[in-house]
Design a protein around this ligand. Structure first.
Ligand code: ZN
Length: 157
């Protein structure tokens, strides 16, 4: 039986190979999605995959189990902060660099908070102190549970 290549989230990094049957089970359990299909061939309800890519939560768990840290992403940041703006407590849809990039701030857990568009725009390229904004909470490095509270606990080494 032919093998299917497994890629990391986003499809940029190959992380293994499994049997076609195993790959179909991954699609069925929704832990992976078809990245490249064999044209014109199906396998049950699925396109026959040549490769699959892990979905975000599996990728996050995979990194967490190996490195003990949740990979930073904008989507995970919004989950960490429960979609609440760090400055006004309103509904957040954007990420804000606490120390802005133009002042040397990095895109990391400890320099990122969720923010609503008005607060983000009002803050601009300034620090909270410079903009006269009070932070309702401090950024922190999340555990897997902070991002996926209802998911099965990852194995930690
Ligand atoms: Zn706000």
């Amino acid at each position: 039986m032919s093998e299917v290549v497994i890629y990391n989230l986003g499809g940029s990094q190959e992380i293994g190979r499994v049997s076609l049957r195993h790959a179909i089970r991954m699609l069925h359990r929704r832990v992976a999605e078809v990245l490249e299909a064999v044209e014109g061939e199906t396998f049950g309800p699925y396109q026959r995959p040549r490769s699959v890519a892990l979905v975000r939560y599996v990728h996050t768990r995979w990194v967490y189990e190996r490195q003990g840290r949740v990979p930073y992403s904008r989507a995970a940041l919004l989950r960490r902060d429960r979609y609440r703006c760090a400055y006004c407590g309103g509904t957040a849809t954007t990420m804000d660099h606490v120390v802005p990039r133009c002042q040397g701030g990095t895109t990391t857990w400890l320099n990122a908070v969720a923010a609503c568009e008005p607060c983000n725009a009002a803050k601009g390229g300034r620090t909270p102190e410079q903009a006269g904004l009070r932070m309702l909470r401090r950024p922190f490095e999340p555990a897997f549970r902070d991002i996926y509270p209802s998911a099965p606990a990852p194995r930690r080494r």
